[in-house]
Write a protein that binds this ligand. Sequence first.
Ligand code: ATP
Ligand code: MG
Length: 412
Amino acid sequence: MERIMNNIILTGDRPTGNLHLGHYVGSLKTRIELQNKNGYDEYYIMIADTQALTDNANNVDKVKNNIIQVAIDYISAGIDPNKVTIFIQSQVPELFEITAYFMNLVSVSRLQRNPTIKDEIKQRGFEKSLPIGFLNYPVSQAADILAFNANIIPVGEDQMPVIEVTKEIAHSFNNTYGQVFREVKGLLPENKICARLPGLDGKLKMSKSAGNAIYLCDDEKTVREKIMSAYTDPNHIKVSDPGQIEGNIVFAYLDAFCKDEHFEKYLPEYKNLDELKAHYKRGGLGDVKVKLFLNNIINELLTPIRAKRKELEENVDKVYDILFEGGKKARASAQKMLKKIKEAELVAFCDIIPERAEKAAKEYGGEGAKVYTDYKEMLADTGIQIDVVHVCTPNVAHCPITVAAFEAGKHV
Ligand code: ATP
Ligand code: MG
């Protein structure tokens, strides 16, 4: 594939549970395809533990325990840690400093009007008491994305309105402080049903928090039980009854996962999904037959993922090492961007102290004066003996201007 230069991909998941089929078709599959096409310069996948705490403040153990689970899910499903930097959000504290600057660029009402946030507030019963952190998660997500100068963000449909907040913050920052960020693009799967895979209950999207998911780590028996209990057409009682496809979860999953070759293998009486649907609609095709077909397809997908998971579970230390190394690499990138942000926003207040020290040193010690920001280093280097306790307070002793003056042999 043609290599498009300067593509930086960033995406992530909340460690609130294992990854499910919605993640697989909504985002994970696209991530693996992008990884295998090599059409990128940098590629980050973030386990958003701090974001997960915004609606799990009383359930810290859940978040903590699922970090490694999500990492194992990634690698089992085909993410290659040699090509992708996988890291834990809280290992990159610069993200929270960037969030603080971005929080001034978006209003509370703007976040409250965001359709995804609105839905999620309702789902979590946060209408009466909304944690500030939860309302703020789109801002922190903007920091996660922009800290890496990422431009391609593979997500499911529910995250598109949240990506809009990132775009708005980037525009607002560029307009106010000068061009730092480029255009960000949320990347949805082409197949519409995959962008928002419904849950087994047929109501909400498949979600860890809604308890309506088939997980990538579910064993064969569990998958079969879940599929057998999936919501279909409540009016399709007898096999001979005509059935409805719309809103029928089993057909929704077939739309997402079924390929023509599956018919040859598991249901050779039909050529393709259209034929199967037509039969179901006119009557004479039972739910059980369709569900068993789906079960075969899902198990074919999950069997190698389960095997890889077993391997990784026996070598968890290796997965922790991957996360630790990923965190270091991610942190180095975020530090560079934080510096750029502070320079653009002219908030590099603390960074001017060494400059002032330099000035003071020249004033007191002449052109050749050397500036120390660590007074112990200066004492060791110069052999100057100072009883610091008598001369000044420890705070002052740490001030580079004072130290510069000391070196010049004067007191301030
Ligand atoms: P939670 O219930 O804790 O919010 P979740 O199941 O919604 O968990 P997230 O970690 O919030 O999962 O989402 C991670 C990524 O997976 C996002 O890009 C999101 O859009 C995508 N995603 C989640 N659920 C689905 C789904 N049912 N269909 C398609 N994509 C999904
Ligand atoms: Mg979610």
